[in-house]
Write a protein that binds this ligand. Structure first.
Ligand code: FNR
Length: 364
């Protein structure tokens, strides 16, 4: 392969070459049979375009606004843990790339750089993702530190009362390093010899009693807007609107939690319809091409987040690699819009795509 990758999957190949097997497996893998992991990607290939021709596409505008923040394209950075296992500069490199691309980065609760280090490294617009720890004070301290250093929203990950069963991590005895964010608060290091140390740590830390009632608690400890990440059904989308959050992220955690949930792109439209425009709906899972971004927007997402592609870029080429991944997806999206006859993100509507359900309906 030429050293300059031309698409996300070539970045994945470079990341595989660059990383120790334990870390590559951790980043790329999913839960159990990895059905959902594969389906997240494959379901995109069953959605077809219905382009319009003879539209003046000499000027394409990709910019959009999320919670009032203007970004250069509807492609944001999803929260993913432990970037220093991919590159020594860790989340600071990722944040700088997000800043260069004028987009939003969601920093993971399980980051290897601290919330303060990431905040002072650049002027990226940052959101902070939170897991609720059995000791609520620990999550509260992190949320308040993030708020103090200028993060703009809290993303509550709701699909992880326990960690999904990731069998590669079990076999590789995936490590759980001490995370700097928690120094003085708790030890995240696990030294057992059995299975995934990361899973052992996470399952002791995550609070499985977390419920819809606790959104009130989260609201009581922060003034920042709250997004719920991990919604997959219309029913939960309606509940999210009812508890008064600022937005939701349709996500199945990149196929790393419950295996055999549908691809996120297959449930997006149902969630969007249930929300009915009352709050923004964001999307992640399986985005590897600009065409995927377009499809998610056509089915009602305001923006998408990318998880693994960012890590592949980081592992392969550090900050530059992350920037290239975001730019490549942005350029592919621009070309897709041009060839579909859409001049702005607003012009990307449902009528530009045909889903499997549409084809079935037309047979009836
Ligand atoms: C994740 N994801 C995740 N989500 C979250 O809320 N907090 C976290 O710390 C992590 N950590 C994490 C690590 C790794 C290695 C991966 C691959 C994923 C899930 C992430 O935010 C997002 O939902 C998925 O990555 C989206 O799917 P793609 O883009 O990876 O296909």
């Amino acid at each position: 392969m030429a050293t300059e990758p031309v698409n996300v999957s070539e970045f994945q190949e470079l990341a595989k070459q660059a990383l120790p097997k334990m870390f590559y497996d951790f980043y790329s893998g999913g839960a159990e049979d990895q059905y959902t992991l594969r389906e997240n990607i494959e379901a995109f290939s069953r959605i077809m375009f219905q382009p319009r021709v003879l539209v003046d596409v000499s000027c394409i505008n990709l910019s959009t606004t999320i919670l009032g923040y203007k970004i250069s394209s509807p492609i944001m950075v999803a929260p993913t843990g432990m970037h220093k296992l991919a590159h020594p500069e860790g989340e600071v490199a990722t944040a700088r790339a997000a800043a260069a691309c004028k987009t939003i980065m969601v920093l993971s609760f399980s980051s290897t750089c601290t919330v303060e280090e990431v905040a002072s490294s650049c002027n990226a617009i940052r959101f902070f993702q939170v897991y609720v720890h059995r000791r609520r004070d620990i999550s509260a301290v992190l949320v308040q530190r993030a708020e103090r250093c200028g993060y703009k929203a809290i993303v509550l990950t709701a699909d992880t009362p326990r960690l999904g069963r990731r069998e590669a991590d079990i076999k590789n005895k995936m490590i759980s390093p001490q995370l700097k964010n928690f120094e003085g608060l708790l030890s995240t290091e696990v030294v057992s010899e059995k299975g995934s140390k990361l899973a052992a740590f996470a399952n002791g830390a995550l609070d499985p009693s977390l419920s819809w009632k606790d959104i009130a608690w989260l609201k009581s400890i922060t003034n920042l807007p709250i997004l719920i990440k991990g919604v997959l059904t219309a029913e939960d989308a309606v509940k999210a609107v009812e508890v008064g959050v600022a937005g939701i992220i349709v996500s199945n955690h990149g196929g790393r939690q419950l295996d055999y949930v549908p691809a996120t792109i297959s449930v997006l439209e149902e969630v969007v319809q249930a929300v009915g425009g009352r709050i923004p709906v964001l999307f992640d899972g399986g985005i590897r091409r600009g065409t995927d971004v377009f499809k998610a927007l056509a089915l009602g997402a305001q923006a998408v987040l990318i998880g693994r592609p960012v890590i592949f870029g980081l592992a392969a080429k550090g900050e530059y690699g992350v920037r290239r991944v975001i730019e490549m997806l942005r350029d592919e999206l621009e070309l897709t819009m041009t060839l579909c006859g859409c001049r702005s993100v607003k012009e990307i509507t449902r009528s530009y795509v045909q889903t499997e359900r549409d084809s079935l309906r037309s047979l009836l």
